[in-house]
Design a protein around this ligand. Structure first.
Ligand SMILES: Cc1ncc(COP(=O)(O)O)c(C=O)c1O
Length: 473
């Protein structure tokens, strides 16, 4: 492809994306595709001769679109939002167009320096002190993995430079709540702690970690000769956005010498609004903290913000220094290859830079407050409606509910079937999309508000549809 054709097709594709966003409400939110529907329409073998991209727009419409679930649809209430603001779409285009690598400062100084500046903007926006330094990772799963590697190396006085965990005299322990995200057990297993050394602590009626059980577990491990190493606090669990008691966990982390990692993947965005910050009281004591601007905030996937108190420790754990990566500026600059797992790094910071400049802190705050108010509105409707139950506090934008008709009360199996049928009716009707989920053995319908396009009228429509769905409509 030459630049003339790129320009022509590029204009067409920008037009295609703009028209898609303008008409997004016309699509069913959840893709109706059945397994194999898309691949069946694609040639089994690659083209031998250049085909040109002329037909690509037609194929996007004809084949690809029926297999897309529309995460930026105003009726998207599933999982957590994955907003891709149009400014961040443009930033991704620039990033791809530049095609530069930011693994070392010298390989693209701007990639490192824009990231430095924009991560410090984000730190200020979240109300975090200067004790934290931020770096971009691909996902929260990777950031949590980095955190547990750092914890392992701190507690074991750099066992990686000796025989690794395999040569440690006593096992190292990791603690999190049983409502923590699956990326926490995954990170613990991948970091070599082993399932036997991961304690998932039960939670209270609000689904927050129980401190008494946490301390009892730590003491039992100490008594048995095991070494407590890391504690992960969930600020906004995935099921219900429950908030672990961070302040008190920080006190325990200090008392027992634990690395404290805060997983605020979703909820972290709310901290742009000062009135939400009491939800993470104690965060200043964290050793590391992760939040996902690629969820609620609006930088298209993938862009995770990872903040640490001790960058030198992170660099010691992650850094490799082969001679072919040495540069003249090594002593003066940040080489971000040493701040995470991959060597190569694309210029992700552009997305955050474009987004913050496009919407401004006040614009982002206004959108978050709109979503918080919409969630409170839905909560009030549910609380006032006979036959509906709320399964968890509404700390932010997720509302967990179920329908309990008198005739089914007490019959968990029947309630499961009934609520799954409600969710299925909503999802198949195409106007909205939500996630049925199980909370401590009880079937629930989880409504996660926060797509950029979702206004009050869409939440009202969902509530009307939910009520109709209880009647089989
Ligand atoms: C609380 C929490 N932590 C971590 C993750 C993992 O995020 P990522 O997809 O960025 O790895 C999620 C994803 O929804 C989450 O809700």
């Amino acid at each position: 492809m030459d630049t003339h054709e790129f320009r022509r097709l590029g204009h067409d594709l920008i037009e295609w994306i703009a028209a898609y966003r303008e008409g997004i409400e016309g699509y069913p939110v959840m893709s109706p595709a059945q397994p194999g529907d898309i691949s069946r329409q694609l040639p089994r073998t690659p083209p031998l001769k250049p085909e040109g991209l002329e037909a690509i727009l037609g194929d996007l419409d004809r084949i690809v679109m029926s297999g897309i679930t529309h995460w930026n649809h105003p009726g998207f209430f599933a999982y957590f939002p994955s907003n891709s603001s149009l400014s961040s779409v443009l930033a991704d285009l620039v990033c791809a167009g530049l095609g530069s690598q930011g693994m070392s400062w010298q390989t693209s100084p701007a990639a490192t320096e824009v990231e430095d500046v924009v991560m410090d903007w984000l730190r200020q926006m979240l109300g975090l002190s200067e004790a934290f330094t931020g770096v971009i990772q691909d996902t929260a799963s990777t950031a949590t993995f980095c955190a547990l590697l750092c914890a392992r190396e701190r507690t074991s006085a750099f066992s990686q430079n000796r025989g690794g965990l395999q040569a440690e005299a006593v096992p190292l322990m990791v603690y999190a709540s049983d409502q923590g995200h699956s990326s926490i057990p995954k990170a613990a297993l991948l970091a070599g702690f082993g399932k036997d050394h991961l304690r998932l602590i039960p939670t209270d009626a609000d689904h927050a970690l129980r401190l008494d059980l946490l301390e009892a577990a730590i003491q039992a491990d100490l008594a048995a000769g095991r070494k407590p190493c890391a504690l992960v606090a969930a600020i906004g669990t995935t099921a219900t956005t429950a908030m672990d008691p961070l302040w008190a966990m920080a006190v325990l982390a200090q008392k027992y010498g634990l690395w404290l990692h805060v997983d605020a993947a979703m909820a972290g965005t709310a901290m742009i609004c000062p009135e939400c910050r009491s939800l993470w009281n104690g965060v200043e004591a964290a050793d590391s903290l992760v939040l996902n601007p690629h969820k609620w905030m609006g930088t298209g996937f993938d862009l995770t913000a990872y903040f640490v108190r001790d960058p030198e420790h992170l660099i010691r754990v992650m850094g490799t220094n082969p001679s072919y990566l040495h540069t003249a500026q090594d002593g003066e600059v940040r080489n971000l290859r040493d701040w995470g797992i991959p060597l190569g790094r694309r210029f992700r910071a552009l997305k955050l830079w474009f987004l913050i400049r496009d919407q401004g802190v006040e614009g982002l705050q206004a959108r978050i407050r709109r979503d918080l108010a919409n969630a409170q509105w839905l909560k009030e409707q549910v609380d006032a409606a006979p036959g509906w139950e709320r399964m968890a506090p509404v700390a932010l934008q997720t509302v967990c509910i179920r329908h309990v008709p008198d005739t089914l009360r007490g019959d968990e199996a029947a309630l499961k079937t009934h609520n799954l049928a409600i969710a299925e009716r909503i999802n198949h009707a195409g106007r909205s999309y939500l996630t049925p989920s199980v909370l401590k053995g009880q079937q629930m319908i989880r409504v996660s508000i926060g797509a950029e396009a979702t206004e009050r009228k869409h939440v009202e429509a969902l509530w009307a549809d939910l009520q109709a769905a209880t009647l089989g409509r």
